[in-house]
Write a protein that binds this ligand. Structure first.
Ligand SMILES: NC(=O)c1ccc[n+]([C@@H]2O[C@H](COP(=O)([O-])OP(=O)(O)OC[C@H]3O[C@@H](n4cnc5c(N)ncnc54)[C@H](OP(=O)(O)O)[C@@H]3O)[C@@H](O)[C@H]2O)c1
Length: 337
C-alpha cells in the first residue's frame, strides 16, 4: 500500500481502527480472532493502527487498556514495523493533583506497558479539557518527544483555534476528527489549515459507523449496551431514509468501479486530500481487508469532481460535527448507557 505522511510519521495511506475489538459495536470477538485480524491487515500492507487507553468493554474504567493490550499482543515481534497511535483523557482532578506533565506521563507509561513497547509513535489527547490550558498539554507532549517516549502528538475532535494555540509550542503530527461523506465540517477550516501546516488528518468514523457501506438498515439492532450506533444521527431510522440520496450516489460509483460502497467512501477522501489517512474500523476480518482494498480504487479527475459536486448538492440529515469538549475524563461515560 502507498504511504502518506503525518508530518514526521510515515504510515500506510489507510490505517485501521481497532476500537471495535473492545468497544462500541456490541459483542466483541474472541481475542484470538481479533489478533488474527490485525495480523491479516499487516500482511495486506497496513502499518497504522489506532487504539486508545479508554477502549474496553462499555468504556468502563476497570476495562481500560483492553484494546491496547490486544494490539500489543498482535504486533509483538514486529513492533518496529508498525505505527501505533493511542490516546489519553486528561482529568481536571488528576492534572490538578500531579500537574499536566506528570499526569500525561503516567497515562503514557500505562499505555506503553499495555502495548508492550517503550515508545508510542503518535500520542493523542482524546478530548480537550477546558480546565487545562492547551499550551501546557503541548509543552508536555513536546517534552515526551524530546525524551524519545513518543514520536509525535495529536489532538482529537478540535477546531482550528485549538490547533493554532498549540502549534507554536509543539507542532502537531496529526488531528483526528470525525470526517466522512456525511460529516464534513472539518473541510471548512481544519483540513485546509492542516494541509497548509503539514499536519496529517486522521478521519475517524470514515464510513459513518457503517452507514456508507449501505449495509446498515432500520432493522439493524443497536440495542446492546455497548453499541455507539444508537448515538450516531445518520443511523436513526428517519435519517437512514433521509440520506438515501448519498447512498444511491455511492452505490452508483461502487457499481461503476467494481468496488464496495465502503471502498468508494474511503477512496473519495483519499483522492480529495493528500494529508488524509482514514482509519476505518471493523471487527470482521473480511471487511477489514475490504476497507484496506479502497487503496486500489482509483478515480479520474472527472469522476472525482462529479462525485464531490453531487455530494455537495445533497443535504445531509443528522450531524455530529467535531464537538470539541466532552466532559472531564469520560470516566462515567460507560455507566450512562
Ligand atoms: N478520536 C475519537 O474520538 C474516535 C471516536 C470513534 C472512533 N475512533 C477510531 O476510529 C476508528 C473507526 O471509527 P468508527 O468505528 O467510529 O467508524 P467506522 O470505521 O466508520 O465504522 C465502523 C462500523 O462500520 C461497520 N463497517 C466498517 N466497514 C464496513 C464494511 N466494509 N461493510 C459493512 N460495514 C462496515 C463496522 O461493522 P463490523 O464491525 O460489523 O464490520 C462498524 O459497525 C475506531 O476503530 C477508532 O479507532 C476514534
Amino acid at each position: 500500500m502507498k504511504k502518506r505522511q503525518l508530518r514526521n510519521i510515515t504510515v500506510s495511506e489507510i490505517g485501521m481502527g481497532c476500537m471495535g475489538f473492545s468497544h462500541g459495536y456490541g459483542d466483541i470477538p474472541e481475542e484470538s480472532y481479533s489478533i488474527d485480524a490485525i495480523r491479516k491487515a499487516i500482511e495486506y500492507g497496513c502499518t497504522f493502527f489506532d487504539t486508545a487507553e479508554a477502549y474496553g468493554p462499555n468504556m468502563l474504567p476497570e476495562n481500560r487498556g483492553h484494546n491496547e493490550r490486544l494490539l500489543g499482543k498482535a504486533i509483538s515481534g514486529i513492533r518496529k514495523d508498525i505505527v501505533i497511535a493511542t490516546k489519553m483523557h486528561l482529568s481536571t482532578e488528576e492534572a490538578g493533583n500531579k500537574g499536566v506533565y506528570q499526569t500525561i506521563k503516567d497515562h503514557l507509561i500505562v499505555s506503553m506497558k499495555n502495548l508492550q513497547t517503550d515508545y508510542v509513535d503518535l500520542y493523542y489527547l482524546h478530548r480537550v479539557n477546558r480546565d487545562v490550558p492547551m499550551e501546557e498539554v503541548a509543552g508536555a507532549m513536546g517534552r515526551f518527544i524530546d525524551e524519545g517516549l513518543i514520536r509525535g502528538w495529536g489532538l482529537s475532535q478540535v477546531g482550528v483555534d485549538t490547533i493554532k494555540a498549540v502549534q507554536e509550542v509543539a507542532p502537531l503530527s496529526a488531528v483526528q476528527n470525525i470526517y466522512s461523506m456525511v460529516e464534513r465540517s472539518s473541510e471548512e477550516e481544519v483540513i485546509p489549515y492542516c494541509e497548509e501546516h503539514n499536519i496529517g488528518v486522521v478521519p475517524f468514523s470514515p464510513t459513518a459507523s457503517g452507514f456508507l457501506s449501505g449495509k446498515v438498515t432500520d432493522k439493524t439492532d443497536f440495542s446492546h449496551s455497548d453499541d455507539v450506533r444508537k448515538f450516531v444521527p445518520q443511523l436513526s431510522a428517519g435519517n437512514i431514509d433521509g440520506n438515501q440520496a448519498v447512498l444511491n450516489l455511492v452505490n452508483e460509483y461502487a457499481k461503476a468501479k467494481n468496488a464496495s460502497m465502503a471502498q468508494v467512501s474511503l477512496a473519495w477522501m483519499l483522492h480529495k486530500y493528500p494529508n488524509v489517512v482514514p482509519i476505518p474500523g471493523s471487527k470482521n476480518q473480511e471487511r477489514i481487508l475490504e476497507n484496506l482494498g479502497a487503496c486500489a480504487v482509483s478515480l479520474t479527475k472527472g469522476e472525482f469532481d462529479r462525485l464531490d459536486k453531487l455530494l455537495n448538492d445533497i443535504p445531509v440529515k443528522g450531524f455530529r460535527g467535531h464537538v470539541e469538549f466532552q466532559g472531564d475524563t469520560m470516566k462515567e461515560w460507560g455507566r450512562k448507557r
